[in-house]
Design a protein around this ligand. Structure first.
Ligand code: ISE
Length: 338
């Protein structure tokens, strides 16, 4: 079987990372086209990869005859148009979150894909491919702990880009716990409340950080999330599920524990999400490549979160942004699944 020829649209931090992983660690695929709205970024990347070209227009890039599938790592605002074009050309696409930047356009994408009758869109919620999350999921599914009742999460970033505002903490950071909740508990989220403790004096003026999110699932499970994106420390993602017959916690960052003079003890925490979830991204892309390459026999082009998962996450985050304003719990409005 020949290699899957992939166009990577958007070669900023995440896109460039994906180009590197496809080129060096993923089997059965190669990057044939790269594109970025900053044209000077794409040329040097393309020139380092055999058989790869930079194409200036994103829609030309994804439609190119030398492209079998697309990785979308462009800014969220560009996703709607580019996803619709992928659907029109029948090209499987792995889209970094968000699916689109608002709920109605996300739903439109879900509907357009449903009309085609085959799922072509996978959304890049990489935590589902992380070894620790996969073990936690297997433990819950195995039933040993009984029914999960509560989940406590911590999501801390050392810093975030200067354009981050309070609502992006919900839409860009909390969105991961939203997906983790739906993935682990296999049910929808019914309401969201954002509680605002005293803000970190080190956070940019006007940015509410930390925030505490309280999610309630349709069956009544409780999830709380501490979001704190200007800790100045390192990257910390911790998840504890409390169930009928015990609890399980992941993300303790217990790698090597070192002891040294003069009596110090400790280890190291990953500095950012690319390091913490590096293996998860590799697994995500490899499984997606394998799914696309075998789609003729399996009938599906995805192996992971779907367009519906992207839409549902967007709907929960929209309710979260509303709660950020009011401080009250806000119900999540979900359309019927097509
Ligand atoms: C970023 O976009 C991510 O996706 C990271 O996983 C998350 O930890 C961070 O808060 C987001 O800004």
């Amino acid at each position: 079987m020949s290699d899957l020829r992939i166009a990577v649209l958007g070669v900023g931090v995440m896109g460039a990372d994906h180009v590197a992983r496809i080129t060096s660690r993923i089997s059965g695929a190669r990057v044939s086209v790269v594109n970025d709205y900053v044209t000077e970024k794409a040329d040097p990347i393309a020139s380092q990869i055999d058989g790869c070209r930079a194409v200036a227009d994103p829609l030309d890039a994804l439609a190119d005859t030398d492209v079998d599938a697309v990785v979308l790592a462009t800014p969220g605002a560009a996703h709607e148009k580019q996803l619709l074009a992928c659907l029109e050309h029948g090209k499987p696409v792995l889209c970094e979150k968000p699916l689109t930047t608002d709920v109605s356009t996300s739903l439109e994408i879900v509907r357009r894909e449903a009309e085609l009758g085959r799922p072509l869109i996978q959304v890049g919620f990489m935590r589902r491919f992380d070894d620790e999350y996969m073990r936690l999921k297997a433990l819950l599914d195995g039933g040993e702990l009984g029914n999960p009742l509560v989940m406590h999460c911590v999501h801390r970033n050392p810093s975030v880009p200067s354009y981050f505002d309070s609502s992006l903490i919900v839409k860009d950071s909390l969105v991961h716990e939203v997906d983790v909740t739906r993935y682990l508990f296999e049910e929808e989220i019914a309401s969201v409340q954002i509680v605002k403790p005293s803000s970190n004096p080190g956070a940019p003026q006007g940015v509410i950080d930390p925030q505490i999110a309280i999610l309630r699932t349709v069956s009544g499970r409780h999830v709380d999330v501490e979001l704190f994106v200007t800790t100045g420390v390192a990257y910390e993602v911790r998840t504890e599920v409390v169930a009928e017959r015990g609890s399980a916690m992941i993300g303790l960052d217990v790698g090597m524990i070192r002891k040294a003079a003069p009596g110090t003890w400790g280890g190291q925490i990953t500095p950012g999400f690319r390091e913490r979830f590096g293996r998860a991204y590799d697994t995500e892309i490899q499984r997606w490549v394998d799914a696309v390459r075998t789609a003729a026999t399996t009938g599906t082009y995805i192996d992971g979160p779907s367009a519906w998962d992207g839409y549902a996450a967007a709907a929960v985050c929209a309710a979260g942004v509303e709660s950020l304003e009011t401080g009250l719990p806000v119900d999540v409005q979900l359309a019927d699944r097509p």
